[in-house]
Design a protein around this ligand. Structure first.
Ligand code: ADP
Ligand code: MG
Length: 607
């Protein structure tokens, strides 16, 4: 029981773009949206870092004043200490406020940027390929940390500033104290290595993690509820969820334990060096007490600063870098697939859509789903595609709709290669309804009207589409007609049956008035045979009725019901990825091949 269909090979995935340029891109993105706030947040965060680092200096002066009985120095140091402490608090508070404002604003900008990127990708491979899905799910979960990353960069720079000041103070006592920082190198190494290890482990198990969440959803949400209870798979779901979760979690926990051990070891090395430095200053070079005080304070701060710096850098590496690389990848990907297309879509089809030796395997898999398919769908015709489940009917439709590019061969609109027209321009000339339609839980009028967004609020157009789809009875039963909110979870919402949802989806497919291609991919599977038959008969008559004079619209119809299929002008029979027969109903019946056999079996069953 796994969630995804079996795939024979998954491997070819483009690598993520380099880290530094991606991070720079994200910086520029933030600056583009909120330039002033970003600068203010940056400036304040650096200013807030300073007084804190100077604390050790005041302490030394204070110590000197006390030991050498110099009241003036004492007073000056005490005032410096007080001002420093107050300024730390004040600047930190102001800077936090400004940063929060910047964060809130930039989060909104980033979220809409990502949503828009995803929606702008014209093919749907990124919604169907498991490796892309993993990448995107990380990105989606990380959107809320992406904004955190600006803060993280600011504070990293702030920590580096503090670190620099502290080191300068130490060197002023004795250059050898610089060595103290060298002993912190192992801590830097372990903290930059840790997130990398943990992230790779987590990513390696992310399929299992996704499966666990999927099983959890199945076990706890309403739609699968009935089946879960009838089949009694509840216990099994729980057990499988647990084992999937463990497959994800245990390797991660082990990786975390291992890396934590190395980290602790590195810190122990630094601790020893700190003790050594104090012994060196007090007994080795016999420095005055005030300076020992400075080394005590600054050295202690040094460990804190280094800890914070490497911690922040670790966070940067783990999230910011990773998240920004994913974002940069998505930007590149969206740009690469949407910039294709240098020819216009023909205004009308004169001859039709021609497939020439089209073969296709889903990206990232090696199984050929369509094998060397050549056929012409004549302009102005109704074409039916038949074949068993999994024969490749929907895939063929997806290729013609340019959701995917064929692996080899070409598709031509009259003489224009489909590969060279812009996908969005071609999509604007498509209309259709699919078996796996989506339930848009809006007002009924919009649920249908979405099929042609510019005319979404055009009530006569919506009603006409409802009529064409034979969905008039659905709308008539709604308490407020087209104004009824759909979906039981919304206030005053009405729930529909599956068949009713499907009729509305069909109406949505009929919204566009003048499409070049209308696709009906088993959109009526939930309706009874007679309704489907009546619907298509009416539809086919209308489609032919408009005749040659108009756009040469082609209708592709996928159905398992031969009573419907036989009305088509051309019937395409697919079997195991290959096209086996093409012709009209009468031609194919005369041929006594696969089609006629299937037809007779179904006709006998209905008799
Ligand atoms: N997104 C996908 N990734 C990989 N394989 C897929 C995907 N969608 C469909 N397939 C495979 O392609 C084959 C044809 O599927 P499909 O075109 O949906 O068949 P049909 O519509 O004729 O029932 C099936 O074996 C199916 O498993
Ligand atoms: Mg299908």
């Amino acid at each position: 029981m796994t969630s995804s269909p079996e795939r024979e090979s998954v491997g070819v995935i483009d690598p993520l773009p380099p880290a530094l340029s991606s991070m720079w891109r994200l910086c520029k993105l933030g600056y583009r949206h909120e330039p002033r706030l970003m600068l203010a947040a940056f400036g304040l965060s650096q200013l807030a870092a300073l007084p804190d680092a100077l604390l050790a200096l005041w302490l030394m002066l204070l110590g000197q004043g006390v030991l050498e009985h110099r009241p003036g120095l004492m007073r000056g140091a005490a005032i410096g200490l007080g001002v420093s402490t107050a300024a730390t608090w004040f600047l930190r508070t102001v800077s936090t406020r400004v940063q929060r404002r910047f964060r809130d604003k930039v989060t909104i900008a980033l979220e809409s940027h990502i949503a828009q990127l995803q929606a702008s990708v014209v093919t749907i491979a990124h919604h169907e390929r498991p490796d892309y899905l993993d990448r995107l799910s990380m990105l989606r979960n990380q959107v809320f940390v992406l904004d955190h990353m600006y803060m993280s960069v600011f504070s990293t720079l702030g920590w580096i500033l503090r670190l620099g000041v502290t080191m300068a103070l130490l060197i002023s006592i004795h250059p050898a104290l610089l060595l103290l920082a060298a002993f912190a190198v192992p801590t830097i190494l372990t903290s930059s290595w840790r997130p990398e290890v943990e992230r790779t482990t987590s990513e390696r198990g992310s399929q299992a993690g996704r499966l666990a969440r999927h099983l959890f959803t199945i076990a706890t949400t309403a739609p699968p509820g009935k089946e879960v209870r009838v089949t009694g798979i509840g216990d099994r779901l729980i057990a499988e969820r647990r084992s999937a979760w463990e497959r994800w979690y245990w390797p991660l926990a082990a990786a975390r334990r291992g890396s934590a051990m190395w980290h602790a070891l590195a810190w122990a090395v630094f601790g020893l060096a700190y003790v050594g430095a104090i012994v060196f200053v007090s007994s080795g070079i016999h420095a005055p007490a005030g300076q020992v005080l400075l080394v005590l304070a600054a050295g202690a701060r040094l460990s804190g600063y280094i800890g914070a710096t490497v911690g922040e850098i670790g966070f940067l590496r783990g999230f910011w870098m990773d998240g920004s690389r994913r974002l940069a990848w998505l930007e590149n990907y969206a740009a690469s697939v949407s910039s294709l297309g240098d020819l216009p879509v023909p205004g009308v089809l004169l001859r039709g859509i021609r497939l020439e030796r089209v073969s296709f395997a889903y990206p990232g898999t090696s199984r050929v789903v369509l094998d060397d398919v050549s056929v012409t769908l004549p302009a102005g015709s109704v074409v039916a595609i038949v074949g068993e489940n999994g024969a490749g009917k929907t895939t063929l439709v997806k290729l013609i709709a340019k959701m995917y590019e064929p692996s080899s061969g070409s598709i031509l609109l009259d003489d224009t290669p489909l590969a060279r027209v812009r996908a969005d321009e071609w999509r604007a000339r498509l209309a259709g309804a699919f078996q796996d339609f989506f339930r848009f839980e809006f007002r009924a009028g919009h649920t249908v009207g979405l099929g042609d967004v510019p005319r979404m609020d055009d009530e006569p157009a919506v009603l006409a589409a409802v009529e064409r789809a034979g969905a008039g009875d659905v709308v008539a039963h709604l308490p407020l007609g087209l104004d009824t909110q759909l979906g039981a979870t919304w206030p005053g919402g009405s729930e529909l049956s599956f068949g009713q949802w499907q009729k509305l989806a069909l109406a949505r497919g009929f919204m566009r008035d003048q499409p070049l291609l209308l696709v009906l991919d088993e959109p009526t599977a939930a309706l009874d045979a007679e309704t489907e038959h009546a619907l298509f008969e009416r539809y086919a008559a209308a489609a032919r009725g408009t005749g040659e004079s108009d756009s040469g619209r082609i209708t592709i119809l996928v159905s398992h019901r031969f009573s419907t299929v036989r009305m088509a002008d051309l019937i395409v029979v697919l079997d195991g990825a290959r096209l086996v027969e093409v012709g009209t109903h009468d031609e194919l019946m005369a041929k006594s091949g696969q089609y006629s056999e299937l037809y007779r079996i179904q006709a006998a069953a209905y008799r």
